[in-house]
Ligand binder design. Structure first.
Ligand code: P1T
Length: 379
C-alpha cells in the first residue's frame, strides 16, 4: 500500500459492535471477565487498549515495521528503551540530540550504572572507535535537533550489525513520511509523536517501532511493567492526525525550503541550516536516505541582541518549545530545548546563543517570510 492509504486505513477496522468507521476511544480502565481465566483478550487498561492497539498498528505500518509500542511521551519511550540495558552496560549516542534525551541519559540513567559515550556520528569511525566490550546499544538522532546534522543510517546499521549492537534511531524530525530507518537496517525507530505525527500541538506521546520479535517482546513487557502508557483519548487524537501526515509533511517541506532559500539570500542572518539546501554539507546524504527535508530550519543571526529582537517581534511564529505542528513556532534552543546541555558542549557543535530554531508550519509561506523579515528589520 502507499503511504497515505496506510496512514488512513492501517490498524483501523470498523468497530465490531456498531460498525463505527472511526476507531472509538475505549475509555475504560478494566474489562469484564466471563469467568475465572476467561476473557476477550482484554484484562486491564494499562496492559491492553484497543484504541492504543490501532495507533500502534497504524504507525508500525507507516514505519515499515511489524510492531508499534506506544508511550505517554517521547521521553517515556526513550526511558523504556533504556530498560533494554542494565547497570554496567554501555550505550553510544550521537552528540547533539534533543536536550531532554541528553538529560535523561546523562543526568538520570547514568545514576543507574549505565555508561554513555557521546560521539560525532557524522563520521562512522567515531562510532566504531567508541565500541567497548560492554557496548549494547547505539542511539542516533538524524537529522539532529537543532543543528540538523545527519548520520548515514545504512552505513551505521552495518557497523552495529558487525559488532552485534542494537541500533536505535530517533526519527522525530523526519516523521515516517520522509525517512524509514528500519528499511535501512536499523533495529528500532523512536518518535516523539508529540511532533509531526501528532501535528496539531495538542497531544504528548511517544512511539517505538521494530520488526524484531525479541525486542518487541521485551518492550511490550516493559510497557506494561513500567506503565508509561498514553491515554485512549491521546491515542485517538494521534490516530486522527496520522491520516493527514502526508499532506502536512509535503507542505512543511515546501514552506521550510522557501524560507531557507529566502534567508540564504537575505543577508539579514549569518548562517542558515537546512538539509534541503545544496550548501548543507550533507545534502547528498539527505537526498539519499530521506524523501524530503522536513520543516525544521535553524538560523544563526550572529548576534544575540538581534536574535532576541527576532524572537520578540515575530507575530505569526509563536515563541514556544516543541515543533511539528501546523502552526509555525520559533525557539531559542540555547536556553529552551537544550538548557540542560552544558555550555561548552552546545558551543562545540555550533549551538550558539544567537541560534534560532524555526518549526515551519503550513500557513501561507509569503506571510511567514514577511513575518520573519519584519522582525529581523526591527531595530
Ligand atoms: O516531548 P516528548 O514527547 O517527551 O519527546 C521528547 C523528544 C524526543 N526526541 C526529539 C528529537 C525531540 O525533539 C523531543 C522533544 N523535543 C522538544 C520538545 C523540542 O522542542 O525540541
Amino acid at each position: 500500500m502507499g503511504f497515505s492509504t496506510d496512514a488512513i486505513h492501517a490498524g483501523q477496522i470498523p468497530d465490531p459492535t456498531t460498525g463505527a468507521v472511526i476507531t472509538p476511544i475505549y475509555q475504560t480502565s478494566t474489562y469484564a471477565q466471563e469467568e475465572l481465566g476467561r476473557n476477550k483478550g482484554y484484562e486491564y487498561g494499562r496492559t491492553q487498549n484497543l484504541t492504543r492497539e490501532a495507533l500502534e498498528k497504524n504507525i508500525a505500518a507507516l514505519e515499515k515495521g511489524k510492531y508499534g509500542i506506544a508511550f505517554a511521551s517521547g521521553l517515556a519511550a526513550e526511558h523504556a528503551l533504556m530498560s533494554l540495558v542494565k547497570a554496567g552496560d554501555h550505550v553510544i549516542v550521537s552528540d547533539n540530540v534533543y536536550g531532554g534525551t541528553f538529560r535523561l541519559f546523562e543526568l538520570v540513567m547514568k545514576d543507574y550504572g549505565i555508561e554513555y559515550s557521546w560521539v560525532d556520528a557524522t563520521n562512522l569511525n567515531n562510532i566504531e572507535k567508541a565500541i567497548k566490550k560492554n557496548t549494547k546499544l547505539v542511539f542516533l538522532e538524524t537529522p539532529t535537533n537543532p543543528m540538523l546534522v545527519l548520520t548515514d543510517l545504512a552505513e551505521a546499521s552495518k557497523v552495529c550489525k558487525k559488532h552485534n549492537l542494537i541500533s536505535i534511531v530517533d526519527n522525530t524530525f523526519m516523521s515516517p513520511y520522509f525517512q524509514n530507518p528500519l528499511t535501512l537496517g536499523i533495529d528500532i525507530v523512536l518518535h516523539s509523536s508529540t511532533k509531526y505525527i501528532g501535528g496539531h500541538s495538542d497531544v504528548i506521546g511517544g512511539i517505538i517501532v521494530t520488526s524484531d520479535d525479541n525486542i518487541h517482546k521485551r518492550l511490550r513487557y516493559i510497557q506494561n511493567a513500567t506503565g508509561g502508557v498514553p491515554s485512549p483519548f491521546d491515542c485517538w487524537l494521534t490516530l486522527r492526525s496520522t491520516k493527514t501526515l502526508a499532506v502536512r509533511m509535503e507542505r512543511h517541506n515546501q514552506n521550510a525550503l522557501k524560507i531557507a532559500e529566502y534567508l540564504c539570500k537575505s543577508n539579514l542572518v549569518e548562517r542558515v541550516i537546512y538539509p534541503g539546501l545544496p550548501e548543507h554539507p550533507q545534502h547528498e546524504l539527505a537526498k539519499k536516505q530521506m524523501r524530503g527535508f522536513g520543516g525544521m530550519v535553524s538560523v544563526d543571526t550572529g548576534d544575540f541582541e538581534k536574535t532576541k529582537r527576532l524572537l520578540k517581534n515575530v507575530k505569526i511564529f509563536t515563541l514556544a518549545e516543541s515543533l511539528g505542528g501546523v502552526e509555525s513556532l520559533i525557539c531559542h534552543p540555547y536556553t529552551m530545548t537544550h538548557a540542560s546541555v552544558p555550555k561548552e558542549t552546545k558551543e562545540k557543535f555550533g549551538l550558539t546563543e544567537s541560534l534560532v530554531r524555526l518549526s515551519v508550519g503550513i500557513e501561507d509561506v509569503e506571510d511567514l517570510i514577511e513575518d520573519i523579515e519584519k522582525a529581523l528589520k526591527t531595530v
